[in-house]
Design a binder for this molecule. Structure first.
Ligand code: SF4
Length: 470
């Protein structure tokens, strides 16, 4: 799971309207979405005519202690787990962000990146807007404020007009007293789902959050759809949505296997990729291993299609912190070593197929191959269920710097030599899309360089602090 250390998800969002336990239910849901961001977490509750926010740095249990929520009574809430991809990792930028928009308290939480935020921010500042954070998300709030002419102005329409100004990826939830809005960008790059729990409505980045609170998955929020949830029920509006471009990497790696995205279970999607990889790049081997956790379904698929036995040959120590937060390469290597350990009895004297979902910098793959050899593997054939990762993502995934992407300049043979495997094969893009069996409505820019939303105006993670684009 190279990605766990080198690609960082930006965020998960959740919202509930019409449930007496909205604050605690939101906290439970955020725990289920924790894999999407570990830097900060927060919850905003609508209580009477006010919005109250609890947020902090770190994982959900530290950032939003249960005790801090118990005094908050309310039937509507939104929540967020964050890994920063725009704006520094600090409490001021942690979501939900709270504002006063024309006398109305507003809280917003966002997953994704806006690619024209630097220009919009400049234009809004020139028109008198005062920014409180260095996140791209705040531009949406200022665009909304400009379109809310008075108390009678319809918020659904105003939000739609504001969203027409922004470009990029967003799955967002916005809370005001008496209503909750949820919106997904016109290409549906980031996922967003709608759920039901009794009379309450829920929205979440992934359906696994619904399972965590005993709710039912109803459907996806469609690309370009904006929903308003209030005491009257659900109202929906649509932005023009030319086509679909769901992030294919959500299926390959980011999402939890027990979620459903784009009409398919993520577990099944990964098995299909593994099966296709076994057909496209078979290996002379005795056993198939997957890199825990995200590559296990793909390894199962590979084993199924190749007729080789699947074994749990790498054990993950769940009590070691995530390795990507370790600052130096040396510490990262030590972290990987502590975190994933081969089972000698499984690999000793056997030719191993190791299935992983990506190779980004190559550090982890090299370490795993080395560890398998030390444990006695007779050969290690590395199989990757995605094409080579060659281009940075501008839509909400914090990739390594372009120059750190090992496949960007290296050939497959060079990467193989670097990681020390006996053989290396990636799944081709066409094969991956075909194996998923969901048509071609995907963003695959990090593999193909074909960006579905032009990224010429996009800045880096700190561009809103520096004003530097590109
Ligand atoms: S560039 Fe890659 S990681 Fe980013 S949204 Fe597209 S498919 Fe997902």
């Amino acid at each position: 799971m190279e990605t766990e250390r080198s690609l960082r998800e930006k965020c998960g969002v959740f919202g509930v309207f019409g449930h007496p336990e909205a604050p605690l239910l939101t906290r439970e849901a955020l725990l289920a979405l924790q894999h999407r961001g570990q830097e900060s977490a927060g919850i905003t509750v609508a209580t009477g005519g006010e919005l109250r926010t609890v947020k902090g740095m770190g994982l959900v249990p530290q950032a939003v202690p249960e005790g801090a929520l118990s005094p908050l009574r309310g039937t509507a809430a939104i929540g967020h787990v964050r890994y920063s991809t725009t704006g520094a990792s600090e409490l001021q930028n942690a979501h939900p962000l709270a504002f006063l928009v024309r006398e109305t308290p507003v809280a917003i939480a966002h997953n994704g990146n806006l690619v024209n935020a630097v220009r919009l921010r400049r234009e809004l500042a020139e028109a008198g807007a005062l920014f409180q954070t260095s996140t791209d998300t705040e531009t949406i709030v200022h665009e909304l404020a400009r379109r809310l002419g008075g108390p009678d102005r319809d918020w659904l329409t105003a939000l739609g007009e504001a969203l027409l100004r922004v470009a990029g990826a967003y799955a967002l939830v916005l809370l005001v007293p008496g209503a909750l809005y949820a919106a997904r960008d016109p290409l549906g790059i980031r996922p967003l789902a709608l759920g039901r729990l009794g009379p309450a409505w829920l929205v979440a980045s992934e359906s696994c959050a619904f399972d965590a609170v005993g709710a039912a998955f109803v459907r996806e929020i469609e690309p370009g759809e904006i929903v308003r949830l209030d005491a009257g029920g659900l109202q929906s509006a649509r932005l023009p949505a030319p086509r679909r471009a769901l992030c294919v990497f959500e299926l390959i790696y980011f999402a939890r296997p027990d979620s459903q995205i784009g009409g398919i279970s993520v577990h099944e999607a990964r098995k299909r990729l593994g099966r296709r990889l076994a057909q496209a790049a078979p290996a002379e081997a005795d056993v198939v291993l997957g890199v825990p956790d995200s590559s296990l379904p793909a390894a199962l698929g590979f084993a199924e299609a190749s007729g080789l036995p699947f074994e749990l040959g790498l054990i993950k120590n769940r009590y070691v912190g995530r390795t990507f937060i370790l600052p130096s390469e040396g510490e990262r290597r030590a972290g990987v070593r502590l975190k994933l350990n081969p089972v000698p009895d499984v690999v000793r004297g056997r030719r191993v197929v190791l299935v992983d979902d990506s190779i980004v910098r190559g550090t982890t793959a090299r370490r795993l191959v080395e560890a398998l050899r030390q444990a006695g593997a007779a050969a290690v054939h590395l199989r990757v269920t995605a094409p080579p990762y060659r281009h940075p993502c501008y839509y909400g995934i914090d990739t390594s710097l372009a120059e750190e992407l090992v496949a960007r300049s290296g050939s497959v043979e060079e990467v193989r030599a670097l990681v020390g495997a006996d053989s290396l094969a990636y799944l081709g893009l066409e094969d991956a899309i075909d194996a998923l069996g969901m048509g071609d409505g995907f963003c695959h820019a990090c593999f193909s360089g074909q960006y579905p939303v032009p990224v010429g105006e996009a800045g880096g993670k700190r561009s809103l602090e520096t004003g530097v684009v590109g």
